[in-house]
Design a protein around this ligand. Structure first.
Ligand SMILES: Nc1ncnc2c1ncn2[C@@H]1O[C@H](COP(=O)(O)OP(=O)(O)OP(=O)(O)O)[C@@H](O)[C@H]1O
Length: 603
């Protein structure tokens, strides 16, 4: 093996010298131990009443809006038996004064128990018709509801951005824009001509697109698509891996935690013209590193929150940073309100300690806990590229020691976030800022993590310092889950309406089916055509189009639910009138759609 392709490793972490992580680690480890010890000696752990702040996190779970249309999907109809329409429906026809009325003699469809009051429902009640039949199918009110509405416990919170009906119909802008941003990133096509050297396929993965900020010789990151499933993945290609780290990587693959980017696979490949090791991770769209989001002066285009502390030294990590500069920069940050709210810090720390707990419990060590390797989308924090350090370097130091280093790294990260700069080498000044700005608990947590005493530290020891803030985090998550469930319920309703609209569109005005040019004008299809006119082409008394979205949604829901409410349909020449129930219309639609599906051969 050509050892010249290896770069030097920094001994404690085994990191390539070119990587940002190595730069950060080197900078951080350059903190003089003496000053750290002195500073720690001066500072004492204090206990103070915990200040509980409520965090409302606007993050949400991605919803798959691209589920393929499945005619027989259980979602396509309301989950109740009321959607069943008897196939032996008999229609009784009666001509009164030149107008033809059609009545169903099917007992089920004549029972209107539980039907909703509807402006579109007409006709006599079942008792007038005097029909006695088998037990009626009781329509659930849900079947014909437009929307279930916002659950009362959610109240008109920040989610209810739009007033009135609009709030019921549309997703809050906060959720919509974030979903769009994520989807947009996934569907953005990169111009691969810019990367002519990239292989078309690497094992099962294709459409490789580099995602890293600063390419270097040791590792490259890509977004890619799995050829069979279409799933997006994040690939970390290690140009010069250490031999056979398989066992540890297997342990990493078993870690399935919401705050750790999941490692799925690892394989060696010659697709890049060398012996690269490729690690395959979940891809989280619209990710930004904590470094870019909070620490590098707004460099992160995706995640810069506009409230960033601009450190003139941040572009040059090797520039001299005198004490006065650091202190002044921190004071300026405090003065201009650029420091992070304490609730945000605790949210990040709770998530990161949860990640470390899972990793350490599995007998592993992160080894790369650094702001450039912690990514965020929304308010979710994840440790990225786990296992890379193990794959890059057959770490000989024992895992227990590496876990202690993880805790120190978490302390440095917490301090950097609290001071809003990675230049916290001046520990007394940095801790002074923390003590003046934040609670004693936060200060104690950082001191504990940075402690150099020989006593063994454990991530579980942090729990008392986190204290009741843990419940704040749980509360915020539960509120967010409520908001998403509410939106999900609406999206399911929207999905139902889309499916029924697609079915109507497929059947209505079809020029011919199976060589029958009159197919869409006769039989069941004729009723559907008149229903389509009733729905979409109604006009007012003065001939102007009559548009009422609520009415449209109501009728489509009635149709999807197959209710026994009746609707009056007029022929185009206005000579005939049909009175049909939504149950009958639904039956017609199902039959007709089934015919088209059969003819297409794609049943
Ligand atoms: N699992 C993931 N899904 C989506 N994006 C990710 C994922 N992990 C990391 N990223 C994003 O990929 C980008 C590149 O990460 P990477 O660690 O390669 O950056 P880098 O700054 O070039 O570091 P290095 O110098 O160590 O390569 C970052 O913007 C990060 O937000």
């Amino acid at each position: 093996m050509d050892h010249s392709i290896f770069l030097q490793y920094s001994p404690p972490n085994g990191l390539p010298q070119e990587s940002k992580l190595a730069t950060y680690m080197n900078r951080s480890t350059s903190t003089p131990t003496r000053s750290l010890n002195q500073a720690l000696g001066k500072l004492s752990l204090e206990s103070s009443p915990t200040a509980i702040k409520k965090v409302l996190i606007g993050e949400f779970m991605p919803v798959n809006y691209f589920t393929p249309f499945l005619p027989e999907s259980p979602e396509s109809s309301p989950p109740s038996t009321l959607a069943n329409v008897q196939s032996n429906t008999q229609v009784h026809q009666e001509n009164v004064g030149g107008t033809t009325y059609f009545y169903s003699t099917n007992s089920d469809s004549l029972n209107t128990t539980g039907a909703l009051n509807s402006s579109a429902s007409i006709g006599p009640s079942e008792s007038c018709l005097g029909v006695v039949g088998p037990a009626p199918v009781v329509p659930s009110p849900y079947a014909a509801q437009m929307y279930a509405g916002t659950p009362t416990h959610m109240g008109p919170g920040p989610m209810a951005a739009k007033p009135g009906l609009a709030a019921t119909f549309y997703m809050p802008e906060t959720i919509r824009s974030e979903v769009y941003q994520r989807n947009e990133e996934v569907f953005l096509q990169t111009d691969l001509r810019q990367f002519p050297d990239l292989p078309e396929n690497v094992e099962m993965y294709t459409e490789l697109t580099p995602i890293e900020c600063t390419p270097h010789a040791m590792a490259t990151s890509y977004r890619a698509t799995h050829r069979a499933t279409g799933a997006h993945v994040a690939l970390r290609r290690l140009h010069a891996p250490a031999p056979a780290p398989a066992k540890r990587l297997d342990l990493w693959k078993n870690i399935d935690h919401p705050n750790v980017v999941k490692l799925h696979d690892a394989f060696t490949t010659k697709a890049f013209g060398d012996h690269s090791l490729v690690l395959v991770y979940d891809y989280h769209p619209a990710c930004v590193t904590v470094m870019n989001k909070y620490l590098s002066g707004g460099g992160g285009s995706a995640g810069g929150d506009g409230n960033t502390f601009h450190d003139p030294f941040s572009s040059d990590p090797d520039a001299p940073r005198p004490y006065t500069h650091q202190k002044n920069a921190m004071l300026r940050a405090v003065a201009c309100g650029a420091l992070l709210p304490e609730a945000v810090l605790w949210s990040l720390l709770v998530q990161l300690t949860a990640a470390l707990r899972a990793i350490h419990t599995a007998g592993l060590a992160c080894r790369t806990l650094d702001p450039t390797k912690v990514v965020m989308n929304g308010c979710r924090v994840r440790v990225a590229w786990c296992g890379v350090a193990d794959a890059l370097h057959n770490n000989t130091n024992d895992v227990g020691q590496a876990q202690q280093e993880d805790l120190t790294a978490l302390g440095r990260l917490a301090l950097a976030l609290a001071c809003r700069t990675v230049h916290c080498d001046n520990l007394p000044a940095s801790m002074d800022l923390v003590a003046r700005t934040y609670s004693a608990d936060l200060k104690n947590l950082i001191l504990y993590l940075l402690s150099t005493s020989p006593a063994r530290r454990s991530v579980t020891d942090l729990m008392p310092m986190i204290g009741a803030r843990f419940y704040t985090q749980v509360e915020a998550l539960e509120r967010r889950a409520d908001a998403f469930e509410d939106q999900l319920a609406r999206e399911i309703d929207n999905g139902r309406l889309l499916r029924i609209l697609i079915k109507l569109g497929v059947v209505n005005e079809r020029p011919e089916l199976n060589m029958d040019a009159s197919w869409s004008e006769t039989g069941d299809r004729y009723m559907l055509k008149l229903f389509r006119d009733y729905l979409f082409h109604s006009v007012g008394a003065d001939g102007r189009p009559w548009l009422d979205y609520a009415h449209l949604s109501h009728c489509l829901n009635q149709l999807d639910g197959g209710t026994n409410n009746r609707v009056e349909l007029m022929s185009r020449d206005e000579q005939s009138m049909l009175v049909v129930s939504y149950a009958e219309l639904k039956h017609c639609l199902e039959q007709s759609f089934e015919e088209v599906t059969q003819a297409s051969g794609s049943h």
